[in-house]
Design a protein. Structure first.
Ligand code: HEC
Ligand code: HEC
Length: 152
């Protein structure tokens, strides 16, 4: 490869490393502002970040939650949050969609159906579109304290 091309490839990979694009990138941001048809990155249909508190700061995303999307044709899609709390898919969906967030046996439902998969376009800090804050589900209430040991 010629030196100009090598330089360009090198600059591009340095930029990618510096900007940290990939599954853990920019939690809390509106992913679809770039990840959409005609956007600057691979198109997703649904993407966002899930948290344990509605007013969490962006980098406090919660791993291992499950976002359940039910689309207008009753197709069910389950997305597990990664280490940054991010979730995303490029699977085709029919809007409007309903959303639930699961943590073990606890579930939070979204009341309205929404016509975009840009979850963080409403669920942001400060929130928009009537959302109360981030997509979130609080940790299950702490297990009750174990009973005191029985005296011998
Ligand atoms: C400012 C624009 C921008 C935003 C916002 C953005 N990304 Fe990205 N993302 C990129 C670019 C550019 C790439 C690298 C090119 C590509 O993969 O299309 C990328 C790559 C990715 C990849 C790797 C894709 C692949 O095919 O390997 C994933 C996964 C990803 N981003 C997830 C997300 C998530 C989740 C969010 C939101 C929390 C998000 N991105 C927000 C620009 C963005
Ligand atoms: C058009 C704005 C809008 C969009 C886009 C949106 N939501 Fe919501 N969401 C709301 C509103 C309004 C509520 C009800 C008020 C509340 O509890 O925040 C809500 C509530 C929720 C709740 C229950 C409470 C909470 O904050 O966690 C979950 C879970 C949820 N949404 C998930 C999602 C997911 C996943 C997406 C992306 C598919 C999404 N939402 C996209 C507006 C939106």
């Amino acid at each position: 490869m010629g030196w100009t091309r090598r330089l360009l490839v090198c600059l591009a990979s340095a930029w990618l490393a510096a900007c940290g694009t990939g599954p853990l990138m920019t939690p809390g941001d509106d992913c679809l502002s770039c990840h959409r048809a005609g956007g600057s990155a691979r198109a997703f249909t649904i993407a966002g970040t899930a948290y344990s508190r509605g007013d969490a700061i962006a980098t406090e995303g919660t791993p291992d939650l499950v976002v359940v999307i039910t689309d207008a044709r009753d197709q069910r899609i389950e997305l597990q949050t990664n280490a940054a709390g991010n979730f995303y898919t490029d699977q085709a969906v029919a809007f409007p969609v309903a959303a639930e967030l699961h943590r073990g046996d606890s579930v939070r439902h979204m009341e309205p159906r929404v016509s975009t998969g840009a979850c963080s376009s409403c669920h942001a800090e400060p929130p928009r579109g009537g959302a109360a804050g981030r997509v979130f589900i609080a940790p299950e209430s702490a297990a009750p304290p174990s009973p005191p040991p029985i005296a011998p």
